[in-house]
Design a binder for this molecule. Structure first.
Ligand code: CTP
Ligand code: CA
Length: 227
């Protein structure tokens, strides 16, 4: 397979990235989903490939082109995404940027639900697996460096620190997604890098530059024997 940078800071490393939303079917024509363009996750996959990594990008439905030099595995639902991640292991780094739907419809219809005299469908929800937590807590084959995201609308850093502990990952990029910030679907992002021991607030950057800076940090952590 062709590598973009055989001697970059992540050369010889396998990086798994999740990106985009998941779609959880209600019936064959309807679904529930989170808002996500996939821009940040795809930019990270591209930056990791440019740093020399072998990259597996597991992506929910997005309208973005496949980044050059990256193996793309398209999926729809959260459960398919988890299975694809497990199939892609082992890896040196897992970066889980997908906006995974927290719930799926437990009683999804095999046929299109029809409107009948104003009666409302009764949708029963079931909780989806937490992909980041499941992989971070694995006894065997946990990637040594696990990165998550935290999309928050208030108390951004405190919520990110709680998520880091709850999910068992090593690093969280936390961002403020309250409507005023325009992060959703936009091209820039203001993030805080949160680990168990420190918090770094980055300036507002393009999603491409957030990706490059993250990959640079991960390269340093790996070189420093952190993973
Ligand atoms: N995540 C995941 N699988 C899920 C839900 C979330 O892998 N079923 C990952 C996301 O990709 C992200 C991180 O967990 O890296 C945090 O996602 P977020 O939605 O902010 O956290 P939740 O734990 O779902 O909490 P809440 O939505 O209640 O804030
Ligand atoms: Ca969630």
């Amino acid at each position: 397979e062709r590598l973009l940078a055989p001697s970059g800071p992540l050369s010889g490393r396998h990086v798994i990235v999740t990106s985009g939303p998941t779609h959880e079917p209600i019936d064959p024509v309807r679904y529930i989903a989170n808002r996500s363009s996939g821009k940040q996750g795809h930019a990270i996959a591209k930056a990791a490939a440019e740093a020399g990594a072998r990259v597996t990008l597991i992506s929910g439905p997005v309208t973005l082109p496949h980044p050059a030099g990256v193996t793309v595995v398209p999926v729809e639902s959260a459960r398919e995404m988890l299975e694809a991640v497990e199939q892609a292991l082992p890896a040196d780094i897992g970066i889980f940027a997908a906006a995974v739907a927290d719930w799926r419809v437990a009683n999804a219809g095999a046929q299109k639900i029809k409107k009948v005299n104003g009666a409302l469908p009764n949708l029963a929800l079931a909780e989806n697996p937490d992909i980041l937590a499941t992989i971070s807590r694995r006894k065997d084959g946990r990637p040594p460096l696990m990165v998550g995201f935290a999309a928050e609308t208030e108390n951004v850093i405190a919520h990110a620190q709680q998520k880091l502990a709850k999910k068992g990952c090593d690093l969280i990029l936390a961002n403020d997604v309250s409507a005023a910030t325009g992060v959703m679907g936009g091209d820039s992002n203001t993030v805080h890098l949160v680990t168990a021991s420190h918090v770094e607030t980055w300036p507002t950057l393009s999603k491409t530059d957030v990706a490059k800076r993250l990959v640079e940090r991960l390269g340093e952590m790996i070189a420093g024997g952190r993973a």
